[in-house]
Design a protein around this ligand. Structure first.
Ligand SMILES: NC(=O)c1ccc[n+]([C@@H]2O[C@H](COP(=O)([O-])OP(=O)(O)OC[C@H]3O[C@@H](n4cnc5c(N)ncnc54)[C@H](OP(=O)(O)O)[C@@H]3O)[C@@H](O)[C@H]2O)c1
Length: 321
């Protein structure tokens, strides 16, 4: 089978499309014939081994542990491990794991869900990491409540386009922050208000929100906290300096909880079937529709990663296998 492979940490230039052995599923895994994958910032962090923290998270200290990249996939099951109980050969599934930029890959059954018939493989592959991050950031960590005022910073990217739609589906008033060229798109997916970050700083506007989901956290936690009301929650999921607010959060947490009712927390998405099923329900109810920016072929994965790395994708970047 064909797969995108690398043997060291580096830029997208080191990626090669190669002929490799088709994998065999372990007992709790299924073998998926991949029809589409999607690219996440996680892919270029693992490709480059940057920030260095990534290497300490089990991806390999000096050399990458995994030669193949690609977390999010959708496809058809071709074989099942002997302990697999939920899926059978022929089922169409979507979910997340490792090695998705390939014709075949093995995934744990508990990281997959059945693909709705009305969802294309490309749409399904766009969902897992970005959709789950948005959902868990808002619902589990943000404790979102109907009627709240919610701000999504980075509303036009992979996570942001899901977050705007999910926050709207959960009955909140949504403000989306993005650059001027994306204002209309963010409004079209449900934002009640939009802010162009090139013209206005949302934390200085004087408006206070119940919940902020920040896909582009800066170096300081203090600025966004100014835009929260006294019991508001700030959830940061990403940004170029993600490690810095994470450290500040650990140090400042006791101070904030004592000083007032505000909460601030960083989060890591967790791939699980319950939340994949919830996203599937939102899609089937017509409340969430994956926004696909660009499509690339398997051989064009390096180009797709280069594009995402620029940091201005409009929704998701998809690989059609
Ligand atoms: N913690 C987790 O588990 C987790 C999971 C998934 C992703 N993440 C992280 O979350 C972040 C977002 O992921 P993603 O998949 O949405 O990335 P993405 O698709 O690359 O989106 C990036 C978005 O950021 C926006 N942006 C760029 N500069 C901005 C600024 N100064 N202010 C506000 N928005 C700005 C861009 O909008 P414009 O083009 O309009 O500028 C673009 O739409 C990344 O840092 C990623 O690593 C974390």
């Amino acid at each position: 089978m064909k797969a995108i492979v690398r043997t060291k940490y580096g830029s997208p230039d080191i990626l090669e499309l190669k002929e490799v052995d088709k994998p065999a599923p372990r007992d709790n895994q299924v073998l998926v014939r991949i029809r589409a994958a999607s690219v996440n910032p996680l892919d270029w962090h693992i490709l480059r081994g940057k920030p260095f923290l990534v290497r300490l998270m089990g991806f390999g200290f000096l050399k990458p542990k995994h030669q193949m990249l690609g977390a999010d996939i959708a496809g058809r099951i071709e074989a099942v491990g002997r302990n697999v109980t939920q899926f059978k050969v022929g089922d169409e599934v979507f979910g997340s794991g490792m090695g998705g930029f390939a014709e075949y890959a093995c995934f744990r059954e508990d990281k997959l869900a059945l693909k709705p018939a009305a969802m294309t493989f490309e749409q399904a592959a766009a969902v897992p990491v970005a959709g789950l991050t948005a959902l868990q950031g808002l619902r589990e960590h943000g404790r979102i409540q109907s009627g709240q005022h919610v701000l999504i910073n980075g509303a036009s990217g992979g996570v942001g386009t899901f977050a705007v739609q999910i926050a709207k589906a959960l009955g909140t008033h949504v403000t989306g922050v993005c650059s001027g060229r994306n204002l209309e798109m963010v409004r079209s997916i449900g934002a009640d208000q939009v802010i162009d970050y090139t013209k206005e700083n949302f934390w200085r506007s004087g408006k206070e929100y119940d919940l902020i989901l920040d896909n582009n956290a800066g170096r300081s936690l203090l600025k966004p906290l100014r835009a929260l009301n006294s019991t508001g929650t700030y959830v940061f999921v990403g940004g170029s300096a993600f490690v810095l607010p994470m450290l500040q959060q650990l140090i400042l947490k006791p101070f904030y909880s004592r000083k007032n009712g505000q909460r601030n927390l960083g989060m890591m998405a967790n791939v699980n079937q319950k939340d994949l099923a919830f996203l599937k329900e939102l899609f089937e109810a017509g409340k969430v529709m994956p926004v696909i920016d660009r499509r690339y072929t398997l051989s064009e994965v390096p180009e797709a990663i280069r594009y995402l790395e620029e940091g201005h994708a409009r929704g998701k970047v998809v690989i059609t296998v």
